[in-house]
Design a protein around this ligand. Sequence first.
Ligand SMILES: O=C(O)CCC(=O)C(=O)O
Ligand SMILES: [Fe+2]
Length: 200
Amino acid sequence: MDLFSSEKIKNILPFDGVTNYHGIVLNNEQCNFYYNELMQKIKWKNDEAIIFGKRIITKRKVAWYGESEYSYTYSKVTKKANIWIPELLELKAIVEKESNENYNSCLLNLYHSGDEGMAYHSDGEKMMKKDGAIASLSLGAERKFSFKHKKNKQRVDVILERGSLLVMKEGTQTNWLHRLPPTRKVNSPRINLTFRTIEL
Ligand SMILES: O=C(O)CCC(=O)C(=O)O
Ligand SMILES: [Fe+2]
């Protein structure tokens, strides 16, 4: 983060957490380039999860990447990571510079249209660095993203623009849930990358 860009960075949570919206960090050309590369090169798979004891397959596609083929447990199902590809390392470098943090893994989500989303949750898996930053980079369609306070249920919405960066930091996962609500207004795909630190 440099002195001049810090003006546009703001904490969107009113209390009990820091989540900084950095605005657009990739130009139009970079957005098109990485969107197309990731669509083709990522090993997209439908996600499996156990919800209320039942195994479900999501319409949304996902992929985990990192420096080794570590196993990780997410939504109660254990999966194996893929090794970084050059395009992801380039994006990781951009995000690390902008957020002034380091990451060792990335979860990618592909929402084919507005009828795919993600329900309220927080990202506090055992393997994740406690209260570590999670940097969320968005490509493709713009979507609304919502936070809900775990105790008083206060809500905060933010529009995640194409090429934008949102960094969830201290307090966010402990005190707030977040979701990507489904919407009828969007009928084109969105790719989201969340860079994280996993303790291996
Ligand atoms: O798609 C998004 O913007 C958020 C995804 C998310 O919350 C997650 O992968 O944990
Ligand atoms: Fe999340």
